[in-house]
Every structure is written in C-alpha cells, then in structure tokens.
Design a protein around this ligand. Sequence first.
Ligand code: UD1
Ligand code: CA
Length: 455
Amino acid sequence: MALSIIILAAGQGTRMCSALPKVLHEIAGKPLLEHVVETAAHLPGAQINVVYGHGGKLVPERLAHLAVNWVEQADQLGTGHAVMQAMPAVASADKVLVLYGDVPLIRAETLDRLLKVDGVALLTVSLEDATGYGRIERDQQGHICRIIEHKDASEQQKQIQEINTGIMACSAQQMSMWLERLDNNNSQGEYYLTDLIEMAVADGVEVISVAAQSEAEVLGINDRVQLAALERVYQQEQAQALMRAGVTVMDPSRLDIRGVVTTGQDVVLDINVILEGKVVLGEGIQVGANTSIRNCKIGDGVIIKQHCVLEDAEIGNDATIGPFARIRPEARLSEGVHIGNFVEIKKSIVGKGSKINHLSYIGDSEIGCDVNIGAGTITCNYDGAYKHKTIIGDNAFIGSDTQLVAPVTVGKGATIGAGSTITSDTPDNELSLSRSKQISLKGWRRPVKKPTENK
Ligand code: UD1
Ligand code: CA
C-alpha cells in the first residue's frame, strides 16, 4: 500500500497573537511546518499533501521549496473538513497518515511504528494535565471506543489522562467512507476528525493505539510560551547529539544550533555559541563564548576566541581568530593565520601563516603567505561606485595605520612604512612610504588657563 500523508496546517493560531500564520513560526530557525514535512519525507515513498488556509497563499509561497502538494481549505470548518479537502489527491488504494503542522518534533520512528499497525492506528500519550485535549475513552476490556473533545467532555471524562495526539493512520478507503458520514453536531460546530474513531468501532474495525515515545514529540504549539519551550527541548536534543559525537558543550542550555552541524572529536563549545546553516567543524576546535558561526567550514585545531562573528567563510587548520573579530562572506583563511581583535575580513584570501592582529579592515584582497599586517591597516576597496582589489605578496610587512588604496599591489617582501597612504604599486623587497615630513616648532608653548580672580 502506497502512503499518502496529509498535514493539517490551515488553522489560524489565534493565541500566537501574530500576523504570521502559526506554522510559519520557527523552531531552530526553521518553520514549524517544514520540520513536519522533513520528518514526513523520511517515510519511504510518501506523497505529502499540506492543507493550508489561514493566511492565504503566504504559507505555500514561503515554503515553495518543499516538495509537497498544496491543498487549500478556504474556511476552517474543523480537522475532519481539512482532511476532506485533501482526499481527492489521495489514491483510493493508499494508506493515509494525518499529521499536524503545529506538532513539529514528531519522530519518524514513531510514525513507522504507527504505520505498522493494521487497521486504524492512533497515536496517544498520557499527560499529567490533559486540559484542552481530546480524551481517549476505552471500554472495560481496554478497547478504544471513541474520542471526546475537551469542550464536549463531562467532568468525569475530563479526568481521563490519555489523550489524542491527533496523529492517526488508516486506509484511504476507510477514511473516505467515514468522512462522508461526518457531521458537525458538537459544541464547536466543527467537523471533527476524531469522530471517525467512533465510526470505526461501530463498523467493527479495531482502533489500535500506539504510545508516543516522549511527550515532547507530540506537543502542539498554540502560543509563544509553548514555542519557546519546544525550542529548548529541540536544542537540548541537538546539544546531546553533539556531546555523544565527542564535543564538549560547556552548558547545553546555552548552545543554539539552527541548521546542520558536522563535527570532529574534541571540539569545545563555550557558552552562548550560535551555529547556523551548514557548519562543518574539524577536530580539536575551540569556540569561545558569545561567538556565532554561520555556513562555515573550519579546520582542525582552530581557536576562535570570544565574541566573534563568522559567516560563509573557510578557515584553515590551526588558525586563531578573535576575540571580537568579524569574518565575512568569501573570506578564505589558510593554515595558521592569526586574526586578532577588531579585525574585519571580507571576500579575501589570506595565505598561510599571515597575521592581521589588530583593528584592520581587509576586503577584496589577496594576501600571500607570512605577511604581517600592522594595526589599523585599511584596504580602501570601494571608490563609491566599484570595488577594487588589493594584492599583497608573500613576506610583505605593512606598517601600522596604512591605507592601501585599491587597485594596488604590494610586492613580495616589501615593507610599507607606518602611516602611509599607498596609491600605486610598490616594488618587491623595498621600503615604500608616504608620509609628510615631521617638524618641531622651537619655543612653542602650550596655552594655559588664566588664574581665576577669586583664588
Ligand atoms: C485536536 C483534536 C484533539 C487533539 C488535539 C491534539 C479534533 C477535533 N481534535 O484538537 O482531539 O487532542 O488536536 O493537539 O481533531 N486544522 C485545519 N483546519 C481546520 C481545523 C484545524 O487545518 O479547519 C489544523 C490546525 O491548523 C492544527 C490541527 O488541525 O494544526 C489541529 O487543530 P486545532 O484546532 O488545534 O485542534 P484542537 O482543538 O487542538
Ligand atoms: Ca491544537
């Protein structure tokens, strides 16, 4: 039986108090719905349908990169009504799995277990506080008889702790047959998908429950408090995965991963590190506190000190960076490079062993090996209209407070005197400098204040 997945994502999410549809809110920088779609895509051969509605086309537009079939539910008349909208896209021989777009941490293994059940399968969990959820009513033999929504439940039924997660599976044939019989005679005037359970039982079809592995994987998000709580759960899981892979995480509650991190052994991540996008870490790397790294490849033995920001860059083995450095897109730092405090590097190649230790801006440059760039050096790469290139040869020494006005080339082994403004190419192995002559004024006196009269 082929698998058709229907993800319900049309609800408004009133309690988010947001202009954004609920399923576009994010966990770890990724929309809730995208988490669910990615998990669903792990199930082999699944065709994924997403029912959207509230917020109009915004959801399918923002998530146009997802390989799903978008189905509109113009009016949100209930979960049963939502599934009805998707059924025309489902082949009658398929099995149907219903997921919720606002239950982001559901695991593929749990869904696998649910799909192994013959007949109607329902994912349930027992909660200390079941307020708001549909309750699972069982007969004396323990067989499921029906689901009662919280708003329709008696005081006695409200005592039941086993709840409906909303996630269920059955054959498309059964689903269509029961949906046709659905009505909206309930306290909310909605077509409840949950009423299918009672119909199944009436037709003599057994409903089998599968227990969720953890509470977190079936928790839905209704407001921003729950959003923050699930964000923490997700981050803890990721931190644990890194620790199991040989990373020392100084405080797992102060690490945020918003993307995919691959890592070698013996990496140490200090507190408040943020890793975003695709981050590849080699072995034995140290990342200091309050540093964020986005889409970078970082070699073995690199030390990144506190308060650095790295984005779309490649760092060679044994380089040291920071504290307070900014490594911007297309920066390629070779092995053993030293970047110090208040240094910004953009779209530049820095050769092996070169040092830029203090207060510098290097943009659109090619810097050779073993170059020493003095404090306060600026590559003037922008003329107001175009960007130009600065090339610095191997072994060059750039004196402090130098401006290199691009396009310009500094020769190999060249020395630039401190305080120079270099506007034309300088020869190899020679000293070049541009500096106004120093003078001293004989007999000059510094002004002094007049003594005040009442003193
Ligand atoms: C639903 C279940 C309840 C279960 C709970 C678990 C029903 C009737 N009740 O209740 O038994 O315990 O989920 O969280 O199914 N949606 C649509 N279109 C609609 C209505 C809802 O797409 O017309 C989507 C929502 O966006 C959401 C999901 O379906 O993702 C659940 O809807 P919601 O209104 O949150 O249902 P609950 O009242 O929480
Ligand atoms: Ca809900």
